[in-house]
Write a protein that binds this ligand. Sequence first.
Ligand code: XIL
Length: 524
Amino acid sequence: MKMKQLKTIYQTSFLIGNIYTPKVLEDEALHQLLKTQFNALTAENIMKPALIQPKQATFTFDAADAMVDYASDHDFHVVGHTLAWHQQTLDWIDEAKTSREEALNLLREHLMEIMTRYKGKIISWDVLNEAIEDGVQQDTKAWRKHLRDTPWLRMIGEDYIQHVFHIAHELDPHAILYYNDYNLNNQQKREATYYMVKELKEAGVPIQGIGMQGHYHTNTPVQTVEESLALFTQLDGIEISVTELDVTVTGSEKATVLSTDHEIEQAQYYAQLFQIYKRYENSIKRITFWGTDDATSWRRERFPTLFNQDYSPKQAFHAIVDPDQFLKDHPLVERDTTQTAVATHGSPVLGVVQTWHQKHPLSVSRQLTAWEGATAKAYVMWDEVSLYLLADVSVATLNASAKEIHHKDSVDIYLNLMQEQSKNDQTDDHHITITFENEVSFNGKVDIKGFKSFATTTNNGYQVQVKIPVQKGLFVEQVIGFDLQVNDSNAHGVRQSMATWNDVSGRLGTSTAGFGKLRLTCAD
Ligand code: XIL
């Protein structure tokens, strides 16, 4: 039976894209897959600043030239990705020695070389990538306050944003210019982005598109994606594209094969997304998948794409072919993804690892950011007067140069003790942050009397241990609201990822609704 073609099924709705990697030039089966299913290509890496201008004024265009030729030979639209970004960036620039004027010139030169070369061959450019920080909590209208602390921002100032769009427009007036970001389904990040784009547009800055990357997990609430589409479509003169879609299956982390249940769960998620996308087809220009197959995806450990290693279609593919039918055949069942764990009774001594029962690990690995970094394994213990936590964090580099504590390599602890007893009693509700250097913050609340902490580095990261005295006392079989978040700073002091135990909505700081549940047990 001939395989259905996504690009044909959706031809009246949107373009259907995928990533380009040089591998396709040598892999006939991959070429066939791209050719039959997709009609747009985005370079996964080869057009990024660090790869295309590895040294000042030395441009390596071969790979990108080959891509553009390949696309033109086989009738693909080409999307340019990306011009201004804080990752894979021009790291030969010495910030300390670069003035604003020089930085603007470097930005202009970078864009000029690339955009002139490919002028007329690129339908749209991801001009600015990921400029809004994560963890925006309030005051979303003041979007400037929420700009990510990036090299371009530091060297040029907030108006680097206006500049980069103006320069891009001058160089290629026909290309559609995009702002591209992840987690745009998150309410606060969505709003900050909306206000930024609205204001830029009204001020005459040439910005014409919002790219919702779409790096989701099967536990990302799909209605939040719809909410963002509903908001963004209110912007006049802005098209929307889903630029980097992939959906990892929560809970499949350590598996070597994808179980049938997980495969269906993922497919149901894709089906729901496409039902939503169809409803917004008048505003959505293109949907691009970030990866051709599960073996080569950047998130290959968690099976995020539509095709297996041998390019055979997964359930997710069939789900997208006909989302309504798929969901009729595989009806959704209510799933509760709330994490639950037990805390063991006992009173460990801080700094003495042997006194900790390391029996029931909490895995802090629900990644909130597209860039996946530090994770942790944690253990909780309790006695009648205190709660104890040991967290082992796996992380590549440690950095504490950021101004704000939760932008350093650190662990956030969230406690909502009386959740089942008395919702209004917040005596023992805390948000505590502790860094790998044992700097502690109670985040605006008074210090907890008797609180103790210990931190040490380990072979693969760091470990923190804390004792949190509880005024109201603890009792066996008590269930408490609890969550953990690990913040990962990169070598420049910029937080690049966050992972949690339970909450994936990014609202930990403002709501206890997404906390996991911890049950205090007597024996282990
Ligand atoms: C990823 C690539 O897929 C990886 O191969 C690379 O190592 C890192 O970047 N947001 C983006 C993309 O805009 O460029 C990123 O791509 C994924 C997150």
